[in-house]
Design a protein around this ligand. Structure first.
Ligand code: 99T
Length: 205
C-alpha cells in the first residue's frame, strides 16, 4: 500500500487528500503523520524526501513522489472511470496547471509569512518581508477574482481543489487579513466549495 506522509495543517497535503476523497480512492493510501519545520525537521520523512517536506508519497512499486503537484498528477492517473477529470486534456489543461500554480504560490507566500513570525526571534523578523509576501497573496487573490471565476464555475479539476485548499490555509493562518473584502465572487465560490464533504473532512486544525 502507498504511504502518504502528512499533517492535518498542511494545505499541500490537503490537496492530495481531497483529490483522493473526490475520486473515491482514500483507501489506497495509509497516512503517516509528520511534523517539522525548516529549523527543526522533527519527524519529517527526510529519508523519503531529502527536502524534508510533506506531502511525500511512498509507493511499493516505484520511487517516492514529491512535491504535491507531482503526487496529485500521479494519483489522477490511477482514478477509476467516472471520477472527475482532474487534469483534462486539451487547452483546459494549461488553465488547470496555471490555476494550481497560482494557488500553490498563494500557499508558498502564506507559509513564508507564517514561518517568519512563528519561527524567527522577534528582533530578526522583517515586516517588509511579511508585507512583500502578503502582496503576492493579495495580487494572486485579485487575479482569481478578476480572471478565474469562469474557470472555477466549470467542472471540478485540480485547480478548484488547489484554490479551495489555499483559501482554507489563508483562513487558518491569516484570518486577520480579511481576504474576502473586495473579492465577493471568490468569497461566494469558496463558501460553496468549502461545503464539499472532501473539504469539510479536511479542515486544518
Ligand atoms: O519546509 C519545511 O521544512 C517543512 N514544511 C513543509 O513540509 C510544508 C508543510 S505545510 N510543505 C511544503 O513546504 C511542501 C511544498 C511543496 N512545493 C509541495 O509539496 O507542493 C505546513 C503549513 C503549516 O503547518 O502552517
Amino acid at each position: 500500500m502507498m504511504v502518504l506522509h502528512h499533517s492535518p495543517t498542511s494545505p499541500y497535503v490537503r490537496k492530495v487528500i481531497v483529490l483522493l476523497d473526490e475520486a473515491g480512492q482514500s483507501d489506497t493510501v495509509r497516512l503517516a503523520h509528520a511534523t517539522g519545520t525548516p529549523v527543526d525537521p522533527g519527524t519529517m520523512p527526510v529519508g523519503a524526501n531529502p527536502l524534508g517536506k510533506i506531502p511525500a508519497l511512498e509507493r511499493p512499486d516505484g520511487c517516492t513522489l514529491y512535491d504535491s503537484r507531482v503526487i496529485t498528477r500521479y494519483l489522477a492517473t490511477l482514478t477509476p472511470k467516472g471520477a472527475p477529470d482532474f487534469y483534462p486534456d486539451g487547452p483546459r489543461l494549461w488553465e488547470v496547471l496555471t490555476l494550481e500554480s497560482t494557488a500553490d504560490g498563494i500557499v508558498d507566500a502564506a507559509i513564508l509569512m507564517r514561518y517568519e513570525t512563528a519561527l524567527r526571534p522577534a528582533e530578526q523578523q522583517s515586516s517588509a518581508w511579511i508585507e512583500g509576501q502578503w502582496g503576492k497573496v493579495s495580487r494572486a487573490l485579485d487575479a482569481l477574482e478578476s480572471r478565474w471565476m469562469a474557470h472555477l464555475a466549470g467542472p471540478l479539476g485540480m485547480g478548484h481543489i488547489a484554490v479551495g485548499c489555499a483559501l482554507g490555509y489563508v483562513d487558518f493562518r491569516h484570518d486577520e487579513r480579511n481576504w474576502r473584502a473586495g473579492r465577493p465572487a471568490l468569497a461566494a465560490w469558496y463558501e460553496s466549495f468549502a461545503q464539499r464533504p472532501s473539504m469539510l473532512a479536511t479542515v486544518p486544525a
